[in-house]
Design a protein around this ligand. Structure first.
Ligand SMILES: Nc1nc2c(c(=O)[nH]1)N[C@H]1C(S)=C(S)[C@@H](COP(=O)(O)OP(=O)(O)OC[C@H]3O[C@@H](n4cnc5c(=O)[nH]c(N)nc54)[C@H](O)[C@@H]3O)O[C@H]1N2
Ligand SMILES: Nc1nc2c(c(=O)[nH]1)N[C@H]1C(S)=C(S)[C@@H](COP(=O)(O)OP(=O)(O)OC[C@H]3O[C@@H](n4cnc5c(=O)[nH]c(N)nc54)[C@H](O)[C@@H]3O)O[C@H]1N2
Ligand code: SF4
Ligand SMILES: [Mo]
Length: 711
């Protein structure tokens, strides 16, 4: 039986493919600890994307920006790309070419993409969509523990806890099978919305605290204040295993619950109740704090996660059996994708590109001189924003992301992409970004190729090839290899066999923080639970930090942080806060899930959750089309009256494109450390859509994928 894993999120539920109706592949769940035989509706329907009618099977090439793309053969497409890249490089230097990757790529692809950028293109200009996803939690984890592995413990540990605090995570919709592990602990859910996860918490005697978006730092400080007053700080643990409590407390001391209530809107009594529930479980070493994108995707996301980690450390949770802090990684390979070199400042094995030892080591594995490796480049949004500018890259190669829909301030990103000399996109469908490209390269999908993924627990697993790709389609590794050869690289430097790449990745990561050198095809085939670091053919590390943290002194660090307002405040013209996120039936930019008939039928168009009183004030009723307007643009969305919503906050899913895109509203204020954009707070107003856009006014064509055009 061939076991593969889901193409979508970081839970990486195990599945196998069977022949379904009409001989089409169909998904069946397979046993695996994270999903225990369960799948969400995206997983169940994942095979449909393998055979969607508009699946790309031939390269597309557009001779100039005014002509339509036409189908061509691989040699013509790749020759064209290589010629254009070499010509650009000759006049404008290597940094005139940029690369953008994704956290859905396998470890082998992410590693090869980083190597391709540094060697074949010699460019420093590479980053990836994980910047929009995990970067704040990763930065805060590194700061506190000296190492970032999203969950430094298996998910099954969490099921044994008494209490789990979920800050800005909605796993009931974003990782439904995870709820099986959260059925016995009492949940404290921090979310401005009464999300499905918050409902589940309340149903089972837990708590839901609903702060105004962008005020989580204050709430975490308020909880630390309440916990300390209640005598819950673990003084012995703080003294033995941490540093920095006093400086962190200097800020928290000012956040007594009543003051916290004034800033966050969470009643002081609820803050005390949450601190009490969490504190009692912490005393028994049976509590976890987990963060998701709701608390992280802010211009102060790193500090906010630090505030949650400070709370966890004050209660003595991390580095102990039965308790801890973790961040819930999002994309399928959101963990492995952030370790092996597709990040602007990184070399494989979670090494820093400016560290001379790291450069020596990796250059040796790659067979080049350390000095030939470029330095750090721009972060994801900064890279996108520099495209086509006088100092910025003039060509972009994109693998595994759809930034036209998923990056903040869409209009700006579209304009930058439009100004490029050359846009090359590798995808298996014509995403909104691929539709803008000069060259589109049709690639294989998850079940059509072998590769490893590292799930949200830091567990490395293997997806087996379960079906053959359609004729004419190549794997990402094959594309990179043939391009590298055309760019003058030695023939064997970019292997196309995933196991060969994995072995090289093992050598390149050896001695680094995320060490994969003991990962072998045999251990993967056996289904061994390989949690990194895997430094030898025997090792696996399910739980980190039990003896010491990864800083040189072995201690975790509390970081002094304080509340800051969001980058954009409301004003009389934009009196509401818009926050954005996910719904169960769509995945990310929707490039895949909007093509699945069942998912599209269930959620065919964008909507906006609004409190009935807020809607009434501007003359909107349930089912009307609202025009949501921010300082950057507008979006059209069907009104969903939501009596549990905050009066000052509306919510929009970001899975839709064109005029329904939530990212028409968002803005790119970046966190100073992680360079994470502020997806979760924009100031907006609501108004009824113009008459021609109302009723059936959400334009139909933008609900479905829109091939063609520059828009
Ligand atoms: N169905 C589905 N599942 C997915 C994905 C998908 O696209 N669709 N994507 C995957 C990926 S890449 C990721 S990163 C994960 C993300 O998984 P989650 O982090 O669970 O997803 P979000 O919906 O972005 O945000 C979670 C919650 O944060 C809340 N929130 C908004 N603003 C704030 C705030 O200021 N403070 C707090 N505390 N909460 C706030 C939102 O109301 C939302 O309910 O999901 C993964 N799973
Ligand atoms: N407003 C708002 N915006 C957000 C967020 C939010 O909460 N609110 N969340 C952010 C987060 S957490 C994330 S992770 C991003 C995700 O947003 P994106 O980076 O756009 O992610 P996807 O939609 O998964 O895009 C993946 C694209 O690559 C293709 N693809 C999938 N697998 C492969 C592969 O193996 N090879 C190649 N070549 N192509 C592949 C898919 O068909 C799809 O077109 O969105 C971010 N944007
Ligand atoms: S929870 Fe995530 S991994 Fe599991 S089936 Fe759903 S999308 Fe796939
Ligand atoms: Mo994500």
């Amino acid at each position: 039986m061939t076991i593969t894993h889901c193409p979508y999120c970081a839970l990486q539920c195990a599945m196998r493919l069977e022949r379904g109706p009409e001989g089409r592949p169909a998904v069946r769940p397979a046993p695996f600890p994270t999903n225990r035989g369960g799948l969400c509706r995206k997983g169940w329907t994942a095979a449909e994307v393998l055979t969607v009618p508009d699946r790309l099977t031939r390269p597309l090439l557009r001779k100039d920006r005014d002509s339509d793309p036409v189908e061509t053969d691989w040699d013509t497409a790749l020759d064209h790309v290589a010629e254009r890249l070499m010509a650009l490089r000759a006049v404008a230097g290597p940094d005139s070419v940029a690369v953008f990757g994704g956290g859905g790529l396998t470890n082998e692809k992410a590693y090869t993409l980083g190597k391709f950028a540094r060697l074949a293109l010699a460019t420093s200009q590479i980053d990836y969509n994980g910047r929009f996803c995990m970067s704040s939690a990763a930065a805060a984890g590194n700061r506190a523990f000296g190492l970032d592995r999203g969950m430094p413990f298996p998910l099954t540990d969490v099921a044994e806890a008494d209490v789990v605090l979920l800050a800005g995570a909605n796993p009931a919709e974003t990782m439904p099978p995870m709820m099986g592990h959260l059925s016995s602990p009492a949940l404290i859910v921090i979310d401005p919305r009464r999300s499905a996860t918050a409902e589940a918490a309340l149903d089972r005697g837990g708590l839901h605290l609903a702060p105004r978006p962008g005020t989580d730092t204050a709430l975490a400080l308020g909880l630390l204040h309440a916990a300390r007053v209640q005598g819950r700080c673990d003084e012995e643990y703080l003294a033995e295993r941490t540093t920095g409590f006093d400086a962190a407390w200097e800020h928290a001391a000012a956040w007594w619950p009543e003051r916290t209530e004034r800033v966050t809107g969470v009643p002081a009594a609820d803050i005390r109740a949450a601190a009490d529930l969490l504190g009692r479980a912490a005393r028994d070493h049976a509590a976890y704090i987990l963060t998701g994108r709701g608390t992280e995707q802010h211009s102060k996301g790193t500090d906010t996660v630090s505030a949650w980690i400070n709370l966890a450390l004050a209660l003595g949770l991390p580095g102990r059996r039965g308790s801890g802090y973790g961040c819930i990684t999002g994309q399928g390979n959101g963990q492995g994708g952030r370790e092996h070199g597709q990040k602007a400042d990184q070399l494989p094995g979670y090494r820093h590109i400016e560290d001379p030892e790291a450069r020596d080591h990796v250059a040796r594995v790659w067979g080049v001189e350390p000095d030939s490796l470029p330095g750090p480049g721009r972060s994801a949004f900064e890279l996108l924003d520099a495209l086509g500018t006088p100092d910025g890259p003039r060509a972009l190669l994109l693998f595994g992301s759809n930034p036209v829909v998923s990056a903040p301030d869409s209009a700006r990103v579209r304009a930058r992409l439009d100004s490029l000399d050359l846009l090359v996109v590798a995808d298996f469908v014509l995403s909104e970004t691929a539709a803008m490209a000069d060259v589109v390269l049709p690639v294989a999908q998850w079940a059509e190729e072998r590769g490893t993924m590292t799930n949200l627990e830091g567990r490395i697993l293997r997806r087996e090839r379960a079906t053959a790709p359609p004729d004419g389609v190549r794997t990402d590794l094959e594309v990179l290899s043939s391009l590298a050869a055309r760019l003058g690289q030695p023939a064997d430097r970019f292997p196309t066999d995933p196991d060969t790449v994995l072995a090289e990745l093992g050598r390149a990561s050896a001695g680094g923080a995320a060490d994969y050198s003991g990962v072998t095809p045999e251990r993967l085939a056996d289904g061994q639970a390989l949690y990194w670091p895997v430094r030898s053919p025997e090792e696996s590390t399910p739980r980190l930090f039990l003896d010491s943290f990864a800083h040189p002194d072995g201690r975790a660090r509390l970081v002094p942080v304080d509340h800051r307002p969001p980058a954009e405040e409301t004003d009389p013209d934009h009196p509401l806060v818009a926050t954005t996120g996910r719904l169960m039936g769509h995945y990310q930019s929707g490039a895949q899930s909007r093509r699945v008939a069942e998912l599209d039928a269930a959620e065919p168009e964008a909507y906006v959750e609004v409190h009935p009183a807020t809607a009434a004030r501007v003359g909107l009723a349930d089912g009307d089309t609202a025009r949501v307007v921010s300082r950057r643009g507008h979006t059209l969305a069907r009104v969903r009256l939501t009596p549990t919503a905050r009066l000052d906050t509306v919510f929009l899913p970001f899975h839709f494109a064109g005029e329904q895109s939530a990212n028409n509203l968002t803005h790119p204020a970046l966190d100073p450390t992680s360079r994470m954009p502020e997806f979760k707070v924009s100031a907006v107003r609501l108004e009824p859509a113009p008459p021609d856009r109302n009723g059936r006014g959400v334009p139909e064509e933008t609900g479905a994928p829109t091939p063609g055009g520059h828009g």
